[in-house]
Design a binder for this molecule. Structure first.
Ligand SMILES: [Zn+2]
Length: 247
């Protein structure tokens, strides 16, 4: 789920990245680009780590980046980039700009870019408003893929208490339940069966439901009482294996 979330966040972030956070490069001036390093960026509302890059003039010698008129930092070599984090500043509207100086001493100023620094909670809220419905659908689909086979698909695995069409029997020798074989020799409703638990042969009648339930309980009790395989678990598994042939 967490991977899903990250995936959707990445999609949304890609889709809306740099929206409204880029100034046009004027014909004879300085361009300022704001790119996201990490965080939230939607329609001029930003939160996280960002990079300012000034460009548009080959003759640049240094660039001073400003926020609300105050110096954010100065860069004296290309690429004229500066990283900053919105959490270092007050929430709300800020005006970013770049002021460059060429080698001939000419001063160039980028058009100002107004952005709104938002809190991470607010950024998360905005993000969820967009991807929330998508997440809900994705969550619903993954829940359905788990639940539907359980309720609709029917027999995912053999459950104790289910026996083949020949029904279950309770061994008269050891009182444990097993599935009767469909192909076993039968006499007037009795089938010649070999008990998978004690190995003894008997003519097994189709057991009543409540007798099977009682026998299952004692089989389960036996399985619980013996941690190591020989009796309980093993015979239960054998019973399950045998019942498969009848379906
Ligand atoms: Zn038996």
């Amino acid at each position: 789920m967490r991977r899903c979330l990250r995936f959707f966040v990445a999609i949304v972030a890609l889709g809306f990245s740099v929206v409204g956070a880029e100034a046009q490069t004027p014909s004879s001036g300085l361009g300022l680009r704001i790119s996201k390093i990490f965080g939230f960026d939607l329609a001029g509302r930003i939160q996280g780590a960002f990079r300012l890059t000034a460009s548009g003039h080959d003759d640049l010698e240094r660039v001073r980046f400003v926020i609300d008129g105050d110096t954010l930092g100065e860069v004296t070599a290309p690429p004229f980039s500066l990283s900053f984090d919105t959490t270092s500043y007050a929430l709300g509207r800020h005006v970013l700009a770049a002021i460059g100086t060429t080698s001939s001493g000419r001063s160039l100023e980028s058009p100002p870019v107004t952005v709104e620094f938002v809190s991470s909670d607010s950024a998360f809220g905005s993000m969820m408003q967009i991807i929330g419905p998508v997440l809900v659908i994705a969550l619903g689909v993954s829940v359905l893929t788990i639940v539907v086979p359980l309720i609709g698909g029917g027999r995912v695995a053999h459950r104790p208490g289910e026996y083949g069409i020949a029904g279950g029997a309770v061994c008269p020798k050891c009182d444990l339940p097993f599935s009767r074989h469909f192909i076993a020799p039968s006499f007037l409703g009795y089938r010649l069966e070999r008990c998978p638990h004690c190995g003894k042969w008997s003519l097994a009648a189709r057991a009543k439901a409540q007798d099977l339930v009682a026998a299952e309980a004692s089989l389960q009790a036996q399985a619980d009482a013996t941690p190591a395989p020989p009796n309980g678990e093993d015979s239960m598994r054998r019973m399950i294996d045998e019942s498969r042939f009848e379906e």
